[in-house]
Design a protein around this ligand. Structure first.
Ligand code: NAD
Length: 260
């Protein structure tokens, strides 16, 4: 019997979205597990300081620019990665845009959200999955949210300015089920497609309201929000050869919130 291989050494992985709370943790986590990581967002200059710090620590992280709503930009990124690194073994979709703030917003905000969170998501995930399949196989991991599995609990947000807009539930729910369809489509080409659904992530730089933190903790089995670094292990696992028979799965990382 062979030992499972959780390493990403030798794998070329593209990550879409890397400047945010989870995005930065993913960059360090994936590169720390040995990946050659190309991290892309609309402005590579914003990603470069973190990428440079990772390279200074001996890791292979390269910042690139992509606008996922522009298919020409998406294909150009794919072609640059293939030219520089020869192949693509994995893709992580971590981009999100939040043009909508509340239920009563103008439909223009809903449409803008559709453009990035639905059309852009599909454009880059299809392009990267095609490249992975053409290269002989690999793994796609989409970052959804437990909010794609449940409705909002207004009690959590009482007395705070916090809340989650309606488009988020639509896109994350759609992402979870589109992942199943993509897994079915790409399976015969040895490209696996899975989704990770994190629960709420604690933001140390801009902490959530104390009342929210206390109530949120009570909703989980572990009594607290996630640290961003606690989500990365699930993504590493799904990208690695330790998960070669896992596809179409939604791996929930929520401290037991949705199981309660
Ligand atoms: N923060 C949480 O509590 C939490 C919980 C569950 C799930 N998530 C999910 O985790 C993921 C990452 O969260 P985050 O807080 O790091 O997000 P973030 O908003 O801080 O970062 C999102 C990234 O998407 C990029 N992006 C947006 N529009 C783009 C476009 N058109 N083209 C290219 N890139 C674009 C941004 O540049 C940025 O790098 C999201 O999918 C989010 O829904 C977050």
């Amino acid at each position: 019997m062979s030992t499972p291989n959780f390493s990403l050494a030798g794998k070329v992985i593209v990550q879409s979205g890397g400047s945010g709370l989870l995005g930065r943790a993913l960059v360090s986590g994936l590169a720390g597990c040995g990946a050659t990581l190309v991290v892309a967002s609309r402005d590579a200059a914003k990603l470069e300081p973190h990428a440079a710090a990772e390279r200074a620590a001996g890791r292979r992280v390269y910042a690139e620019t992509v606008d996922i709503v522009d298919e020409t930009s998406v294909h150009a990124l794919r072609d640059r990665v293939l030219a520089a690194h020869g192949r693509i073994d994995g893709f992580v979709f971590n981009a999100v845009s939040r043009p909508m703030r509340k239920m009563g917003d103008d439909l223009a905000a809903w449409r803008a959200s559709m453009e990035t969170n639905a059309t852009g998501f599909f454009a880059i995930t299809r392009a990267m999955a095609d490249a992975i399949a053409e290269g002989g196989g690999g793994s796609v991991v989409n970052i959804a949210s437990m909010q794609g599995m449940i409705g909002m609990n207004p009690w959590l947000y009482e007395g705070t300015t916090m809340g989650v807009p309606p488009d988020y539930f639509f896109h994350k729910g759609g992402m979870i089920n589109l992942t199943r369809h993509l897994a079915s489509h790409y399976g015969p080409q040895k490209a696996r497609v899975n989704v990770v659904s994190p629960g709420g992530i604690y933001n140390p730089a801009n902490p959530q309201a104390p009342a929210f933190l206390e109530r949120y903790g009570k909703m989980t089995m572990l009594g607290r929000m996630a640290e961003a670094s606690e989500v990365t292990g699930a993504v590493v696992f799904l990208l690695s050869d330790a998960s070669t028979y896992i596809t179409g799965t939604n791996l929930v990382v929520d401290g037991g919130y949705t199981a309660k």
